[in-house]
Design a protein around this ligand. Structure first.
Ligand code: GTP
Ligand code: MG
Length: 333
């Protein structure tokens, strides 16, 4: 059974928005406070790209800034505007080498993912209610705290809870099962309840701020889409909803790159009347969410409490399935 909403019969992929539209503003540049931003604007620098292509001397002169400051601002603008240009395959390989893998606690799912959930990526877990999305979130929260030698990331967790389904008791149970002190585990998992989609997006900024002093390795948004879906109802709202979701996902992706962290987002499915064969359900959010996620896991309930996770559209792994169960101790093969 699939939960029904008013927007059920709208094809989300009918709406196209420009996914590559620049979202960053000069205020996003590190080291640029309100005063500097004001100077830049007064000198006519509204866009990152305009700054990125300047020389430090030119920018210093035109915006009345020091040359050293200008140089830093230009470097940062180049990064944010993403015009660093080409990098070699080897440089890319070096960057890939810093990717870490987080265990799911089950060998089947780890294998499906080529060794575990990858940092520097967004993983979308979608499926109907009760399929185990929130349980995976809880399990990964606990596993992230584990030392690297045990398949963990030895880091901390931010959990954005939109449906009020985070349960510290569940964390305590799962922590004990892996030999961790439940209180230590709960100390390293930071939870915020998001009251609406705007608040949900603000919480990402808050994580960015807190990441300066906390080694964040996992950010969970459970659920990514529920507020957006409830707030932007009907065809007329679809474009703005997709726009906002896209911005939210971009900010999350940036966080995952900067922190070398994993982003786990959960998503529900809706019935897809257009499907002539196969599974008549599809993930909410259409291709905006699908494209933003590096890994997509589709969860289904199966016989005897078993659950099936199917890997969909991975950049470098074959499609496949893993079977797992949810027990009091957490996810098991
Ligand atoms: P929605 O958020 O409603 O869309 O569902 P979800 O996909 O997040 O489902 P969730 O992860 O909450 O899965 C709930 C299911 O996990 C329950 O129906 C139980 O089968 C199982 N579960 C949750 N907690 C426990 C537990 O403590 N012990 C056991 N054995 N199973 C549990
Ligand atoms: Mg849930």
């Amino acid at each position: 059974m699939v939960k029904k909403t008013a927007s059920e019969n709208i094809d989300e992929d009918e709406i196209t928005i420009d996914i590559d539209e620049p979202e960053m503003t000069i205020e996003d540049l590190p080291g640029v406070g309100p005063a500097t931003a004001e100077k830049l604007r007064e000198a006519g620098f509204e866009e990152l790209l305009a700054i990125a292509v300047m020389s430090p001397m030119e920018l210093a002169e035109q915006a009345e800034l020091g040359e050293a400051v200008s140089s830093k601002i230009i470097q940062a603008a180049k990064k944010l505007a993403n015009i660093g240009g080409f990098i070699s395959g080897n440089a890319l390989l070096d960057r890939r080498k810093t990717v870490q893998k987080l265990t799911s606690g089950t060998s089947a799912m780890d294998e499906l993912l080529g060794g575990g959930f990858e940092t520097q990526s967004i993983c979308e877990v979608f499926g109907e209610f009760g399929s185990g999305k929130t349980q995976i979130g809880h399990q990964l929260a606990v596993n992230t705290i584990l030392p690297i030698s045990q398949g963990g990331l030895n880091g901390e967790v931010f959990y954005i809870d939109t449906e009020d389904t985070f349960r510290p008791e569940r964390i305590a149970q799962m922590a004990e099962a892996v030999g961790m002190d439940p209180q230590d585990a709960l100390d390293r998992i930071h939870v915020a309840r998001a009251y609406n989609s705007a608040h949900q997006m603000l919480l990402v900024d808050e994580i960015k701020r807190m990441a300066k002093s906390i080694d964040v390795k996992l950010v969970i948004v459970d659920s990514l889409t529920s507020h957006f879906r409830a707030e932007y109802v009907g065809r007329g709202m679809l474009a703005s909803r997709q726009q906002k979701l896209n911005k939210h996902l971009k900010e999350l992706k940036q966080l995952s790159d900067v922190q070398n962290a994993l982003i786990l987002v959960t998503n529900q499915v809706m019935s897809n009347p257009a499907a002539l064969w196969g599974d008549p359900t599809k993930a909410i959010g259409g291709h905006i969410v699908g494209h933003a996620s590096t890994f997509r896991l589709y969860l289904r309930k199966s016989k005897g409490g078993r659950r099936i996770a199917r890997l969909i559209d991975s950049p470098n792994l074959p499609e496949g399935e893993a079977v797992f169960t949810v027990t009091a101790e957490g996810l098991k093969d």
